[in-house]
Ligand binder design. Structure first.
Ligand code: PNS
Length: 193
């Protein structure tokens, strides 16, 4: 049987593969009330930083209806303090109005949200679908919090701290100091009134 011989001479190399399109890494936002930041939030931010080169942690507030314990500036400050070791891979900011509009303003394509137990799902699902309805190009990415944080929420931590309960290991130590200062201030104000 005649065999097909390869032509002599320089071997033809395979056509060069098309290079994947070079694109900038996605800009990610981790939005929330952060009133105050908890160790559960910090866990999600550190997980997000394994996936995204930078994360903007964005404090949402409503100037007309914010029953928060801490001001937006205080909340931003606590986020910065809690993540000081991360350097400029974290940007802490605050915004008012729609999250998707803020995302568009800063050129973000990804929203990060943390999930704890199944009970978070319904609320997160609704928000994700509403945000998708408003801006279909913005994607929400969910990350599971470490199991030690499954019951940690700012709301519960605040309530427990206000009644003198122990919230060690649920928030950074400096946040516990802020609680103590806020509670003492409230007590002074109550005395004066
Ligand atoms: O910490 P939270 O309360 O779970 O965070 C909720 C937050 C701040 C992400 C959400 O309330 C929000 O996006 N607020 C900004 C106003 C907005 O866009 N509302 C429509 C959400 S579908």
């Amino acid at each position: 049987m005649p065999t097909t011989k390869r032509p002599k001479g320089p071997t033809r190399s395979a056509p060069a593969k098309a290079k994947p399109e070079q694109s900038d890494p996605p800009v990610a936002i981790y939005p929330g009330s952060f009133d105050p930041i908890t160790n559960g939030h910090i866990d999600i931010i550190r997980r997000a930083l394994r996936v995204f080169p930078r994360v903007t942690v964005a404090v949402a507030y409503n100037p007309n209806k914010d029953a928060a314990m801490f001001t937006p500036a205080e909340r931003v400050d606590m986020i910065r303090q809690a993540l000081a070791d991360v350097g400029d891979r974290i940007v802490a900011d605050s915004f008012t109005g729609l999250l998707v509009d803020y995302a568009e303003r800063i050129g973000a394509q990804v929203l990060i949200r943390g999930l704890r137990a199944v009970s978070d799902f319904e609320y997160e699902f609704q928000m994700t679908m509403m945000n998708r309805h408003l801006k279909p190009k913005i994607e929400t990415v969910f990350m599971m919090a470490g199991e030690q944080y499954f019951y940690t929420s700012s709301r519960l931590v605040k309530e427990v701290a206000t009644f003198g309960g122990d919230v060690r290991n649920l928030v950074p130590e400096f946040v516990m100091d802020r609680f103590a200062e806020r509670i003492a201030r409230k007590a002074r104000e109550k005395k004066k009134a």
